[in-house]
Design a protein around this ligand. Sequence first.
Ligand SMILES: [Mn+2]
Length: 486
Amino acid sequence: MFCSGGASVYQQYWNYLHGYFSCQAVNFEEIQYRQSLKSFNKDYENAIKYYSEALEVNPTNAVYYSNRSLAYLRTECYGYALADATKALEIDKNYIKGYYRRATSNMALGKFKAALKDYETVVRVRPNDKDAKMKYQECNKIVKRKAFERAIASDEIKKSVVDSLDIESMTIEDDYEGPQLEDGKVTLKFMKEMMDWFKDQKKLHRKCAYQVHISEIVLMTEKITICGDTHGQYYDLLNIFQLNGLPSETNPYLFNGDFVDRGSFSLEVIVTLFGFKLLYPDHFYLLRGNHETDNMNQMYGFEGEIKAKYTAQMFQLFSEVFQWLPLAQCINSKVLVMHGGLFSEDGVTLEDLRKIERNRQPPDSGPMCDLLWSDPQPQNGRSVSKRGVSCQFGPDVTERFLEQNKLDFVVRSHEVKAEGYEVTHSGKCITVFSAPNYCDQMGNKGAYIHLRGSDLKPEFHQFTAVPHPNVKPMAYANTLMQMGMM
Ligand SMILES: [Mn+2]
């Protein structure tokens, strides 16, 4: 398509994409193109496709690699983004943008020292560039803080923030008019009042926020609703409850991780979900996603949001609770649900999963990492992850895993899908994603799945995004990630 001649619509579209990715200046004609496309996500996917074609014709063009790297960054393929930025720099080591892109990829992957090195290079080459200097300082701060955290972690035995909390003696001021727990218990009345309170962008009293906690998991009976990523999109969560009914003992839910980060109403989402877990512990399930982790929360907004709305101590408490979230859930011994997917090696059994020591930040590899991070791929076998963490697994891998564990299929989330869900691997690997118009720009639908105990046949329900107050996604994210797209 890239090479098709004349002033074809493809050529014009290519010009638009290349203009957009090279300098991000947009003129009127381009806006028309963009409107006709409706979604940015399509642009990124097309950009990846066209730059790949362009690179086949001209494999030594550093700008193409650098621009494809940006498209990968935007679609969260940080592993590929890193590879392309590296390639751009191999071709032209004086290409400044390449250093920025590589730094951003490394930041997104939590490799702060590597990112710092690239910012250092930029500052050395351009000593008068204020923006470069600012990014260097910001990144340097993170590296230093990490080193400090490591130092104190090894000095003392890790103490739970719970021990230093005295919730009982926290007083609720007379002028507080918001919802309160009844005798320290979460009730349906409290949940309804709290959801409305949040909807009006009001703040729950910190005592109540501390009182909301978490417990364990079991199986399903009649029907269960499985939701994918919600990512701080509180108003879309309320819409799910509007469409599908509030959680109850006869309307059980399973939320499959990535409740927080990116969307700027993560606090409201997580407190609502924890509240329902307390209210219906045996009919409301939450699984951990790769975003229920410290590294992600520091970069993508949740930590910043909790510090802005409450305190650093409150974030510590969330961080501890996240570590206790289950990593996978088996439904009626036939369906396995997890956030990311299957494993880098064959032979993993359900028993192995039960034995995982989950009360920790996930390691860089192994089954715990895979459950949170892996993605399916259409071709057989396994390949290097586009994200730079864990792996991609093919239909044969899924087949072998299901057979060994006597399961029918897996349900996972973790990837934005245009229709809100996707059925792959001959129906044996299902993706569900419940954050419509992800980050206010992907134009995707959201979806949830109904599974009935009788036949376990997945039934898909789609929905579109609803408006939210004017607080942009990533408003609380690390400034380097907000601007990091350059
Ligand atoms: Mn995820």
